[in-house]
Design a protein around this ligand. Structure first.
Ligand code: URA
Length: 203
C-alpha cells in the first residue's frame, strides 16, 4: 500500500470511530492533512469549532498564525503534515481528557510511522506531554521544554521532537509570539541540517 492509501485507510477508520465520547459531539472528524512525504509533522491539541465544521486542522485564527509562521520560514502548509492528538472536537473546546488522548493515540502513532518525518513539532502542552511522555519524559511546563530539540525512540525509531507553544496562546500575546517565531527559526535550522545529511548520502 502507498503512503496515500495507508493514510486514507486511517481517515476512514477515524470517520467510523466511536472509541470515545468525543465521537458523539463531532460534526466532522479531523484526521489531519498534508504531504504524506513531509519532513516535518505538526501535532496540535484538538479540533476547534471551525475545524469541526470543515473537517480540516488549524483553519481558525490559530491556524492562520500557524500558516504565517510556516510561510515565514519558507514552508507551505502543503509541504508539511498537520494533525492533532485527538481527532474530534471536545465540547466547548475543553481540554482533551487523558482517556480520550489514549483511545485516539493509535491513529496518531500510525500517522507518524507512515509519514516518517525528520522532525515532529508538538504544539502546546497536550501533544508535547503525550509525545515526550512516550519516551518517559514528564513534562510539567511547556515553557521549560519549548524550543529544545529532543531525540526520542518511538516504536524502535529515533525521532527528533521540537516542542513549541500552541499558536492560540501566542495570538494575543506579543511576547509569546516572539518565542514562537524563535522556535520556528530553530525548526528551519533543524530542517536544513537534515537535508544536508540527505545530500551527504550522495557524496
Ligand atoms: N487548535 C488545535 O490544537 N488544533 C486545531 O486543529 C485547531 C486549533
Amino acid at each position: 500500500m502507498s503512503k496515500e492509501e495507508e493514510l486514507s485507510k486511517i481517515n476512514e477508520e477515524i470517520a467510523k470511530c466511536t472509541r470515545c465520547r468525543l465521537s458523539l459531539y463531532r460534526t466532522k472528524p479531523v484526521p489531519g492533512e498534508g504531504n504524506p512525504y513531509a519532513k516535518v509533522m505538526f501535532i496540535g491539541e484538538a479540533p476547534g469549532r471551525f475545524e469541526d465544521l470543515q473537517g480540516r486542522p488549524f483553519v481558525g485564527a490559530a491556524g492562520k498564525l500557524l500558516t504565517e509562521l510556516l510561510n515565514g520560514i519558507g514552508l507551505s502548509r502543503e509541504e508539511v503534515f498537520i494533525t492533532n492528538v485527538v481527532k474530534c472536537r471536545p465540547p466547548n473546546n475543553r481540554d482533551p481528557r487523558e482517556d480520550e488522548i489514549k483511545l485516539c493515540s493509535s491513529f496518531l502513532e500510525r500517522q507518524i510511522e507512515i509519514i516518517d518525518p525528520d522532525v515532529i513539532v508538538t504544539l502546546g502542552r497536550h501533544s508535547t506531554r503525550y509525545i515526550l511522555g512516550r519516551a518517559g519524559y514528564k513534562v510539567d511546563s511547556i515553557m521549560r521544554v519549548r524550543g529544545r530539540e529532543f531525540e526520542i525512540s518511538l516504536k524502535g525509531r529515533r525521532r527528533k521532537v521540537l516542542p513549541m507553544l500552541h499558536p492560540a496562546a501566542a495570538l494575543y500575546n506579543p511576547r509569546l509570539k516572539n518565542l514562537l517565531e524563535e522556535d520556528f527559526r530553530k525548526l528551519r535550522k533543524m530542517l536544513s541540517k537534515s537535508s544536508r545529511r540527505t545530500l551527504d548520502q550522495y557524496f
